[in-house]
Design a protein around this ligand. Structure first.
Ligand code: C2E
Ligand code: CA
Ligand code: CA
Ligand code: CA
Length: 279
């Protein structure tokens, strides 16, 4: 297009090479991340708006790469799904979450719930349910303390199948939530057809909810819909007092967000629990 087009092309192909080789490197290294002790789990408190107290937490995977430092799960979870490692990583996260929950129970925090993200690739494996229950048994965790978070975009492809999978978890007493609600498609259909316990309203609807008219309308009505369907509602990504007050006024059950805490290593989560931090 311009005279120095050749140089631009070279530049872009260089950028592409760097990108491709980084991606290639991440793919290779992810195979060894668990063995090399590079993965960890951080916990973000979920807080009840009725009591102001911590009611549970969400387990969030972290990868500390030797060259690239912290890799976001938004980057490495899709890679893990693509190269067939998500079962192994998902299982590892569940084990850590059970061990840390057990520790907190031993400290006397008996009513804490633990939310764990589950990829549809895990859910669709024939042995997922059995493996999960084995992990809970091995760690002496009652299923009622565990909540699996599923994103809807992956479920709508086969609602009948998804329904069977979720019912199978329900029958074990494992709770199931619908994550990032509203960002996928056929949202209301999945809500109507699938037996979830909790609805998590996506952060995009919570942002400036008290001043943004469409977010206010969507969020207040989502809370009503969830309530009338008998689901608990947790708002994600709450950052400001304005957002928090809106959610309190509209009787949202719980919140998760930077306003209360960032995701924390287990030891720091222990400190929060011991301090008895409240909203
Ligand atoms: P998610 O399940 O929607 O998790 C919530 C994300 O929002 C987390 O990002 C959390 O750090 C972030 N967050 C929480 N509060 C706030 C806030 O107030 N403001 C803002 N801006 N962000 C907030 P994170 O930890 O980077 O995780 C990203 C995504 O990676 C997760 O989104 C989840 O989809 C996926 N993920 C993380 N761990 C796992 C895992 O063990 N298994 C699977 N399958 N997916 C995982
Ligand atoms: Ca989640
Ligand atoms: Ca979410
Ligand atoms: Ca998300």
């Amino acid at each position: 297009v311009q005279e120095n087009g050749g140089n631009d092309c070279e530049f872009y192909s260089w950028v592409l090479d760097v990108h491709t080789s980084r991606r290639q490197r991440l793919e290779n290294d992810l195979h060894y991340a668990i063995e090399r002790g590079e993965l960890s789990v951080h916990y973000q408190p979920q807080v009840s708006l009725k009591t102001g107290k911590i009611m549970g937490c969400e387990a969030l995977a972290r990868w500390s790469h030797p060259t690239y430092n912290m890799i976001s799960p938004d980057t490495f979870i899709p890679i893990a799904e693509e190269i067939g490692l998500i079962d192994k990583i998902g299982e590892w996260v569940l084990v850590q979450a059970c061990k840390d929950l057990k520790k907190w129970q031993a400290f006397g925090f008996m009513s804490l719930k633990m939310a764990v993200n589950i990829s549809v690739f895990q859910l669709n494996k024939a042995d997922f349910r059995q493996k999960s229950i084995n992990t809970l048994l091995a760690n002496n965790i009652l299923p009622k303390y565990i909540e699996f978070e599923l994103t809807e975009s992956c479920l709508v492809q086969d609602l009948v199948m998804a329904k069977q999978k979720i019912e199978a978890l329900n029958s074990l007493d494992i709770r199931v939530s619908i994550d990032d609600f509203g960002t996928g498609y056929s949202s209301l259909k999945s809500l109507q057809k699938l037996p979830f316990n909790t609805l998590k309203i996506d952060r995009s609807f919570i942002q400036n909810v008290e001043t943004n008219p469409s977010n206010s309308a969507i969020t207040s009505n989502l809370i009503k819909i969830a309530r009338s369907l008998g689901l608990k509602v947790v708002a994600e990504g709450v950052e400001t007092v304005g957002e928090l007050n809106f959610l309190k006024q509209h009787q949202c059950d719980g919140i998760q967000g930077f306003i209360f805490s960032y995701p924390l290593p287990a030891s720091e989560m222990t400190n929060l629990l011991r301090e008895g931090k409240c909203l």
